[in-house]
Ligand binder design. Structure first.
Ligand code: FAD
Length: 435
């Protein structure tokens, strides 16, 4: 009998636990180490930040779901991984040992790398639900006292979609409040061009997003390195192709929301052979760490090299559908190892993304994520907003019922003519019945 532990109860970790429970024989035990008892749907945070969702509507109490699914739960969080001993030291000093470990710790937010940056300092965030709730207060203040706004993503960021989403969602919230005419907006990004998204664009994301920014009267600065934030002012160096500063901007801002660079979680950072210098987990094509082959990793915590050098560093994004495919591959590989077979499953590494703009949006499919691609498609319209709402409802339903079927990606691929409907099965597990 083996004990499989999942570290992290976010988007990747929860579906990994459910899927392991679905796939593995009952004799094996599955446990999750989370930080707190609640799952929070990160993609809804831009809506929480403008008051279109409240916190309870995007959270799920994991205790009853894990209990029903016979998954052990340690919500106290992990202090440190001891991979040579196959042991996780938890925050309360208790240790748990594992036969296989799936790391799904997501990003640590590197606000400390820029002076005056981050919640509690000079800027707001939507990366975590606590931040989004704080940001909502600031948005309401902005509506009462309109002034210039800066939104975007700093050097080293890899998550650009939510920065665009928040700019357009905030724009809509300000229009609805009839104060948009008193809020000059600037989008500041480390990307070399609008719509690059860390993956050299998808389809015509450059044209679509530039056009949308123009239509919504949002100015932009690309190749932007944020130097510091202080006293309602964002200092930005705009770099040329060769890395020299072509212009220094001092942007007056009454409200600033910038996505930070990510790094690996503290509990796993700095472990030789396990993580790279930024703390991301090194994996092979089977999601497995070469130095500690009983450790797998899924989600934002995995190491992916940047696409190509850019004047200001940008990272490659890891999005929901891709994370689901990492989970599916990991679960199959652990199952095979438990049967003394070699791992054979690989994640698809496709990016299927919906960027919501409040009343419209941009969707794209990059297959594979890194160009040149077999599918390089993007489109825009009001349907993207509806699809994103559907994605939220669908994912939260899965979280509440404890089921994992990654049907959404496959339906999206079918709608685009990439996958045939006859190949798509909806599997209801015993736990998937609505409670
Ligand atoms: P997370 O969901 O962040 O989960 C990591 C979990 O690990 C967290 O719960 C954390 O508390 C826990 N953890 C960390 N350290 C420890 C520890 N020591 N002990 C115990 N637990 C620990 N992708 C899309 O496809 N579509 C979207 O619309 C979309 N929107 C996004 C919006 C925002 C604002 C952001 C930031 C990202 C968005 N993404 C989106 C990207 C990505 O899908 C999400 O970031 C997703 O939540 C990543 O999943 P994850 O499991 O890797 O990390």
């Amino acid at each position: 009998m083996a004990h499989i532990v999942v570290l992290g109860a976010g988007l990747g970790g929860t579906i990994a636990a459910y899927q392991l429970r679905d796939e593995l024989d009952a004799e094996h035990s599955v446990s999750v180490v989370g930080r707190g008892e609640t799952f929070s749907f990160v993609p809804s945070n831009p809506w929480v930040a403008v008051g279109w969702r409240d916190r309870p509507s995007v959270e799920v109490n994991l205790v009853p779901v894990f209990k029903r699914r016979n998954i052990g739960f340690h919500p106290q969080g992990a202090r440190l991984l001891h991979p040579a001993e196959r042991r996780l030291e938890l925050m309360d000093g208790v240790s748990i040992s594992y036969d296989y470990l799936v790391i799904a710790t997501g990003p640590d937010l590197a606000f400390d790398e820029i002076d005056g940056f981050g919640p509690g300092a000079g800027t707001f965030s939507i990366c975590q639900i606590d931040h989004a709730v704080q940001t909502k207060e600031a948005v309401q203040k902005l509506i009462r006292n309109p002034g210039p706004v800066v939104v975007g993503a700093v050097q080293g960021a890899s998550c650009f979609g939510p920065a665009y989403e928040f700019a357009f969602i905030l724009d809509k919230a300000l229009r609805d409040a009839k104060v948009r005419d008193r809020v000059p907006m600037t989008f500041v990004t480390s990307e070399p061009y609008i719509g690059h998204l860390g993956i050299d664009g998808v389809g015509d994301t450059k044209g679509l997003l530039e056009s949308q920014l123009r239509q919504n009267h949002i100015k932009w600065i690309c190749n932007a390195k944020v130097e510091k934030v202080e006293d309602g002012k964002v200092s930005v160096s705009e770099l040329a192709e060769n890395g020299t500063v072509i212009r220094a901007h001092e942007l007056v801002s009454t409200f600033t929301m910038l996505l930070p660079a990510f790094r690996g979680a503290e509990a796993i950072r700095g472990i030789a052979g396990l993580t790279n210098p930024r703390g991301f987990v090194l994996i092979d094509k089977h999601q497995r760490n070469p130095a500690y082959p009983e450790i797998f990793a899924v989600g934002v915590c995995v190491a992916i090299p940047p696409l190509a050098p850019t004047p200001v560093p940008v990272g490659v994004p890891k999005t929901g559908f891709m994370i689901e495919s990492m989970v599916t591959a990991t679960v199959r590989n652990i199952k095979r190892l438990l049967r003394n077979e070699l791992p054979d499953a690989e994640a698809t590494w496709n990016a299927v993304c919906l960027a919501d703009f409040g009343d419209s949006g941009v969707a794209f499919v990059a297959q594979p994520q890194i160009p040149p691609r077999n599918v390089n498609w993007s489109s825009s319209g009001a349907w993207v907003h509806a699809a994103k709402v559907g994605f939220e409802k669908y994912h939260l339903r899965k979280m509440r019922s404890g089921t994992t079927e990654p049907i959404y990606e496959r339906l999206a691929l079918h709608a685009l003519g990439i996958e045939k409907l006859k190949d798509i099965k909806i599997e209801e597990t015993e736990a998937s019945a609505p409670q």
